[in-house]
Every structure is written in structure tokens, then in C-alpha cells.
Ligand binder design. Structure first.
Ligand code: ACO
Length: 333
């Protein structure tokens, strides 16, 4: 049997504070109708108070993933943390998480590939496990977006999209025939770097942050929504087709498609292009909004717990996001 790495368990956590579209409409000119029609989002979760970082959200999700995998925290021999909203600028959130898990000395790698961050992390974990470098790699995807958005007319196109949350998986050696990660494919194209970005503070500027930049809101995310939409609906189907083909499968073999949750319309368009019916596509954007690096592991964890997927399920994943970056993967649980 070829040595493969497999997703052995998954977990997720979202803050308890529910923020509806109507709640946002009290802060800025927007409406439930506008948001729901264009994105599918009804509500999202925001952290309850100051002082809660991405690593705090990842902690319960990590414990849940370990429990499902039947592993102890002491079994984790590497952590990969994907986030665009780390607890602080540096060090990485992985260091905070290993400390909170009580596993001193275990290496922690932060991955900064935004919405594709989970699949980039899966690619690294897969290679580490197959090469025998590490046996049990914990991947965390976690974001606290709510503290970094602008709740006014200028920022409303972005502020309605994002929510806070965390998802984790444990990747270790496959033990069953066919089980495991069969293909991961990663892409990036910096031509889109300024189409979705947070420009400041920036180490290329002297000084990194000025009162003018704050005034102009250059420390908040800026997005060319139409460009992102166009690229996402082209690149996600492309990479999904490629990983399925390279795994020696067809779309009809896929039991569940877990796409990144950026926008319900993007995912419906992608699923239609792939010919995957609605009942085999995971959607939770209506409840959580876009949790970026966390969307795919949250989708896996919820679907696993709801019995929609389980041991033997063939799962297709695809993501597109800032960078631009995009990625796909096929895994048999
Ligand atoms: N509420 C009400 N009106 C708004 C809001 C809001 N929250 N935001 C923008 N508007 C206004 C605009 O100002 C504009 O007004 P105007 O016509 O008077 O100029 C009008 O609504 C239409 O704006 P558009 O940008 O044309 O709206 P569009 O139909 O393109 O939808 C959206 C915007 C939802 C952002 C869409 O472009 C989209 O989904 N893009 C994908 C972006 C995405 O998913 N990003 C997530 C991060 S990347 C990732 O995860 C893949």
C-alpha cells in the first residue's frame, strides 16, 4: 500500500455572538435583502469581547479534532496555522496555539494564503506525513475578522462578507486501503495582489503607518468584488477538475464537495460548472459568512458530525482568495 496521509479527525468552533444582517444595517447603509441576494449570508459570528485571538478560537476546534481522531494532544508533533488575521503581527498564531495546547517544543508554522490557506496547509501536512518527517500534524484555520473591518458606507462591501471562526483537522498516516489525501494542487498569481488586500501598515513605507493612511482607511481590507468574482468562478472549477482527474476519479465519484465559503452565488456557479448536484455541496455561508482559512475545515467538521460524510467518503475541496491564490484537493476520509 502506498503510504498516504489522511484527515483523521476534524473540529470547529465559532464565537457565540450572532450578528445578523439587520444588526449590520443599524451600523451602516445596507440591508438584509442586499446582502442575502448577492452573497447568501444571513448572519455571522463575531468575538464576544476584546482579547480573543485566532488562536483562542482554534483551541476548542483543535481539541475536537484530536478527540475525533482518537489522539491525545501529546501525539501532535507539528502545528500548521493558516490565518490572515493572526492574534498579533508577530509571532505567528501557531506559537500561541502550541502554548495554549501545552505542547512546548512542537514546531509551529504559520501559513499566509488567505482563503486558500487551509489547502496550502494540507499540502504541507500531506508531504510531511508521507515523507515521515512528522506523524501527526494539526492544521488550524482560524480568523478574527470582526476587529479589522470598517462598519460604514466606505467599508460596507467588505464588512458584510466576513465572520469569525475556526476549523481544525488532524493529518496522520492512513491505515485503510484507499484512505488519504489523493491530490492537492496549489496556485498563485500576484497580478491580483492589489484587488483584495490590506495595504497598511506596510514595511515598504517609511513610516509604515501615517495619520493620512488611517484617515483614508488603508489599514482596512479593500476589494474589487467583480474581479474576485470573475476569477473565483473560473479558477475554482479549473483546479477542481484537475485534482479529480489526477486522482483518477470523475465528478460522479465525489461524495461531497466542500468549497471555500466566499459567496453562495460563486459556489452555485462553480458546482453547476462541475455538474455536482446541490445535495452534494456543503454550504454554511448563510450562518457564518466568509471565515477565510476556516471555511473548509468548518465545512468538513460540520458535515462529518451531521453524518453527511464519514470514513470512506470521497471529498473534493476547492478555494480561491486574496493573492490571488487558489487550490484544490481530493481526500478519502
Ligand atoms: N449594502 C448595500 N449596498 C452596497 C453594499 C452593501 N453592503 N456594498 C456595496 N453596495 C453598493 C455599491 O456601492 C454599489 O452602489 P452603486 O451602484 O450606487 O455604485 C452597488 O451596491 C452595487 O455594487 P457592486 O459592487 O456592483 O455589487 P456586486 O453585484 O458586484 O456585488 C459583491 C458585490 C457581493 C461584493 C460581489 O462583487 C461579490 O460577491 N464578489 C466576490 C467577492 C468575494 O466573495 N470576496 C470574498 C473574499 S475573496 C474570497 O473569499 C473568494
Amino acid at each position: 500500500m502506498t503510504k498516504r496521509a489522511a484527515i483523521l479527525g476534524s473540529g470547529h468552533y465559532v464565537p457565540t455572538r450572532v450578528v445578523t444582517n439587520d444588526d449590520l444595517a443599524k451600523l451602516m447603509p445596507t440591508s438584509d435583502e442586499w446582502i442575502h441576494q448577492r452573497t447568501g449570508i444571513r448572519e455571522r459570528r463575531f468575538i464576544e469581547r476584546t482579547g480573543i485571538g485566532a488562536s483562542d478560537l482554534a483551541l476548542p476546534a483543535a481539541k475536537m479534532a484530536l478527540e475525533q481522531a482518537g489522539r491525545d494532544v501529546k501525539d501532535v508533533d507539528a502545528v500548521i496555522f493558516a490565518t490572515l488575521s493572526p492574534d498579533v503581527n508577530f509571532p505567528g498564531s501557531g506559537c500561541f496555539l502550541t502554548h495554549k495546547l501545552g505542547i512546548p517544543g512542537v514546531p509551529a508554522l504559520d501559513v499566509r494564503n488567505q482563503c486558500s490557506g487551509f489547502l496550502y496547509s494540507l499540502s504541507v501536512a500531506d508531504a510531511w506525513v508521507r515523507a515521515g518527517v512528522y506523524k501527526n500534524v494539526l492544521i488550524a484555520g482560524a480568523e478574527v475578522h470582526s476587529t479589522g473591518m470598517e462598519f460604514n458606507e466606505r467599508g460596507r462591501d467588505v464588512a458584510v462578507l466576513f465572520g469569525d471562526g475556526a476549523g481544525c483537522v488532524l493529518v496522520g498516516e492512513a491505515t485503510r486501503d484507499g484512505q488519504g489525501v489523493h491530490n492537492v494542487e496549489l496556485h498563485a498569481d500576484g497580478v491580483g495582489a492589489q484587488e483584495l488586500w490590506v495595504e497598511a501598515p506596510a514595511s515598504m513605507y517609511i513610516p509604515r503607518l501615517t495619520p493620512e493612511m488611517l484617515e483614508e482607511g488603508r489599514h482596512f481590507p479593500r476589494m474589487n468584488g467583480k474581479q474576485v468574482f470573475r476569477w473565483a468562478t473560473e479558477k475554482m472549477p479549473e483546479v477542481a477538475h484537475s485534482v479529480v482527474r489526477r486522482a483518477g476519479l470523475t465528478m460522479a465519484d465525489i461524495d461531497m464537495f466542500v468549497p471555500h465559503q466566499a459567496n453562495m452565488r460563486i459556489n452555485q456557479m462553480v458546482a453547476a460548472k462541475l455538474g455536482i448536484p446541490e445535495d452534494r455541496v456543503v454550504h454554511n455561508i448563510e450562518r457564518y459568512g466568509n471565515t477565510t482559512a476556516a471555511t473548509i475545515p468548518i465545512g468538513i467538521s460540520e458535515s462529518w458530525r451531521e453524518g453527511k460524510i464519514g470514513p470512506g467518503s470521497r471529498v473534493l475541496m476547492a478555494a480561491f482568495g486574496a493573492g490571488f491564490t487558489w487550490a484544490g484537493a481530493v481526500a478519502v476520509l
